[in-house]
Design a protein around this ligand. Structure first.
Ligand code: CAO
Length: 648
């Protein structure tokens, strides 16, 4: 077993960079590329990966130490460690046979006349293999396509950098490749010059990023400019957008947080002004020059972001498979104090921890940090998950303050207890389920109950039966309820409203459209009667009859179901003394109607038999308060109980 001293790789010339996390302990068995320590400059947090697999036998650093390139991190014992080169640029001294397929440019096989390889040409970085075009045994010539790679900008053929017979294919679909990565081992026949010549990739190789992305160039308009991603970033994921349209920003202000697999960095504005468009979103992959925001009212930005030479480079610590290669900390802007994550809410975590959290589906905002200066450690994420699991196993729900979210529903094996039949839900049933679930979760609803005395209304309605028959209309209590609700919606405008799309405003409607929840063979549908306030009883009865028929015949058009302000859900014909209807968003209230019943009502002197209609009014408490409901409901009940009041 060999031993290797692990040192701090090239960190772009930065000196005295603070160690903020030691990720391993003596005795740990580590993989190549596993994070050993995390260092932090004022611009970036960078994981320093282990150059080879092995066992940690010594650690020389502690949290808080200041390190520079070449400082000793610790000792590694392991089979792979001897082969791992120092981060320095000298050619690997001992390219012994057991060396793994190192993509080193100074190809160790240069002396061989029978073996070589073909490598990824220059200019490629972290591009995904979408096709492998060769197989073992193939005889290829220099320039033949050996694979197809894809970046977010282009799909390119990878030409063979050398000819020969393929003895091993070193890549698979889905791999991420960069320049000099070995694509295939070759047996070179006829003594043709092998890898040594081939290693430097042909300059003509197509470079995926060559076709410039959406013009980072500065707009020609005098007052408009853009702020772009600085040099060095490549395919880095946006994990936070820190500005919005309308914000006024200064040069150097943080616009977004990007993350690669090795570092998390902030993107500073390279121009000042008012943000007129944000061109990125969380999840986007950005590279140097990509436009982050459009600005107005500033001096146009210099064409390119031009990072200052003195910027502490978090890029490319060089141990072999150079990990943090794409990451360049933001350029330093004179006079701009820019604390790491200063605007990134309280979530302060390195890339490895962020990736770990994402893999586990953990929102870091929910995790209690125990690291230095409030940094979230991997153990913090693990402990958070452990606690959730423990709570779930204990059969309890997590405390509200635990932010446990909605626990998943357990799966059931119904067939275990007897014969079952599984029937697929109709499209409408699934849609209704989804809408109900969404509305139930989003709307803090309150339901208030009351009874309306419909003795007189029913007498009036029955008196109109003959006329209704003549007109060919079925006259149920529904059109009366429609008229009464329209009057109440006009009287209490908070009920004829919706929450604005921004969640910070209320939209009051000047029209009165009311939906009727209708039970149909395919599920619950809600046709909407428009301008109820402008229509008479017969017209409402006719329209309700027609729309309900259309719904049951499956003939409603989307426009028949749109534009509702309020809904009536009547189960009156079916029975029941009350139910709590779910608000039909974006409406803010719904009236549930149950079966009318004769009840003894005290009239001040005696009990009198009265026909009482049970009503339940659910409302969105974000828009409507209890007092508003009281007013609306009292008015509604009063007009239902005495429809003459509708004339007032
Ligand atoms: N109390 C007593 N009787 C009632 C009544 C009530 N509240 N409401 C209606 N009735 C009577 C009607 O008067 C009619 O009797 P007559 O023919 O003797 O007059 C009978 O019940 C049948 O009425 P209907 O159901 O055909 O008509 P409607 O206008 O009352 O209702 C509709 C139409 C579409 C609302 C209803 O049929 C329906 O589908 N309701 C289902 C609503 C639903 O599923 N909502 C979801 C619940 S959870 O939010």
């Amino acid at each position: 077993m060999s031993s290797q001293t692990i040192t701090v790789p090239d960190i772009g010339g930065a000196e005295g960079v603070e160690v903020i996390e030691i990720c391993v302990a003596v005795g740990d068995t580590v993989e190549a590329e596993q994070s050993l320590i995390v260092i932090e400059t004022d611009k970036a947090t960078v994981d320093v990966p282990c150059p080879a697999a092995g066992k940690i036998t010594d650690i020389k650093l502690s949290v808080g130490d200041k390190v520079s390139e070449g400082d000793v991190i610790g000792e590694l014992a392991g089979e792979g460690s001897a082969a791992a080169p120092e981060p320095a640029a000298e050619p690997a001294p001992a390219p012994v046979a057991e060396a793994p397929a190192a993509p080193a440019a100074a190809a160790p096989v240069a002396t061989s006349t029978s073996a070589g390889n073909t490598v990824v040409p220059e200019g490629v970085e972290d591009a995904e293999v979408i096709e492998v075009s060769i197989a073992v045994g193939d005889v290829i010539e220099e320039g033949d396509t050996v694979a197809v790679l894809e970046t977010d900008k282009a799909t390119v053929d990878v030409p063979a950098t050398s000819g020969g017979k393929v003895t091993a294919v070193k890549i698979s679909v889905g791999d991420k490749l960069s320049s000099d990565d070995v694509v295939a081992d070759l047996e070179v026949s006829g003594g043709a010059a092998p890898a040594a010549e081939a290693a430097p990739a042909p300059a003509a190789a197509p470079v995926p990023v060559a076709e410039a992305p959406a013009a980072p160039a500065v707009s020609a308009e005098p007052v408009a400019s853009v702020s772009t991603v600085p040099d060095g970033a490549d395919d880095a994921e946006v994990i936070e957008v820190l500005v919005a349209v309308g914000d006024t920003i200064s040069e150097g202000d943080d616009l977004a947080v990007l993350e690669t697999d090795k570092a998390t960095v902030e993107v500073p504005a390279n121009a000042a002004g008012k943000v007129t468009a944000v061109k990125i979103a969380v999840g986007d992959k950005l590279s140097s020059g990509d436009v982050v925001v459009e600005l107005e009212g500033s001096a146009p930005a210099a064409a390119a972001p031009a990072p200052a030479a003195a910027a502490p480079q978090a890029s490319a610590p060089a141990p072999v498979a150079a990990p943090a290669k794409a990451v360049q900390p933001a350029p330093e802007h004179a006079g701009v104090k820019n604390e790491l994550f200063s605007k990134s809410t309280e979530v302060y975590a390195g890339p490895a921890v962020r990736t770990h959290a994402r893999d586990l589906g953990v929102d870091l905002a929910d995790v209690k940090a125990t690291g230095p200066r409030g940094r979230i450690l991997k153990e913090d994420v693990d402990n958070y998950v452990k606690n959730l699991v423990k709570t779930a196993k204990a059969g309890g729900t997590a405390k509200v303050t635990d932010g446990a979210g909605i626990p998943p529903m357990p799966k059931h094996d119904f067939a275990k207890f007897g014969e079952v039949e599984t029937v697929a839900m109709s499209k409408i049933q699934k849609l209704t389920a989804m809408n109900m679930h969404r509305n139930w979760l989003h709307i803090p609803a309150v339901t208030q109950f009351d009874d309306a005395d419909i003795t007189d209304l029913e007498a009036f309605r029955k008196g109109l039966k003959a006329e209704a028959e003549k007109r060919g209309v079925k006259l149920t209590p529904l059109p009366f309820l429609l008229k009464a609700c329209a009057a109440a919606l006009k009287a209490e405008k908070k009920f004829n409203a919706s929450l604005g799309n921004d969640g910070e405003s209320v939209v009051y409607k000047k029209y009165v459209n009311i939906g009727i929840a209708a039970d149909t063979p395919v599920g619950l549908l809600v046709p909407v009667i428009k301008d109820v306030d402008k229509k008479g009883l017969w017209e409402l009865a006719e329209e309700a009859n027609a729309l309900i028929k259309k719904a049951r015949d499956g003939k409603l058009s989307p426009s028949d179901m749109q534009g509702g302000c309020f809904t009536i859900s009547s189960l009156g014909a079916m029975g029941g003394t009350g139910f709590t209807p779910i608000v039909n968003a974006p409406e803010v209230a719904i009236l549930g109607v149950s079966k009318a019943q004769m009840k003894p009502i005290w009239n001040g002197k005696e009990f009198e038999p009265r026909n009482m209609l049970p009503l339940a009014l659910s409302y969105d408490h974000r828009v409507i308060n209890g007092a508003d409901c009281g007013k609306f409901f009292t008015y509604l009940v009063s007009v239902i109980s005495d429809v003459r009041r509708l004339l007032l």
